[in-house]
Write a protein that binds this ligand. Sequence first.
Ligand code: FES
Ligand code: FES
Length: 173
Amino acid sequence: MVSINVNGVRRDLQAPNDTPLLYVLRNELELSGPQFGCGLSQCGSCSVLLDGKEVRSCVTPLSAAAGKEITTLEGLPARWAKQKGLSAADAKSTLHPVQQAWIDEQTPLCGFCQNGMMIKAVELLESVAHPTVAQIKEAFTTSGPSAHLCRCGSYTAILEAVQRAATVTGKGR
Ligand code: FES
Ligand code: FES
């Protein structure tokens, strides 16, 4: 049995240690934020945060996540609420600023890649309060195992959404 912590909840699983984390999240825990794109760590659609770092869940074995904190797209509001010390009532009606910026900028086209884009944005904004355009581009292209790919070409909207989110997440930092 492997125990993992997903969005603040401990989950005990019977799956084999080498099961891709993505399969566990989608098939066993019914978390449909992370998407199966390439299955080869080459697109970023399956990304989640593992102890605050973006990882490709399609190539991350379940055993690598044991004892670590996993945050999926579904867990971003609670992650933000915890960081800001919001009440439980306020937390329920609050989106993460990155998610809100994605809505405000109408960023998604087909939407398939956007899980990974938002996860990457959260990772970036938690480490860099006010990233430059160059830093944003670097984060989404060369900082990880591969570039985050969008077949619809929503890159400009993503850039603008990250900048909008930073005006909230970077306030006072
Ligand atoms: S599905 Fe994991 S990187 Fe493409
Ligand atoms: S919005 Fe369609 S793949 Fe990115």
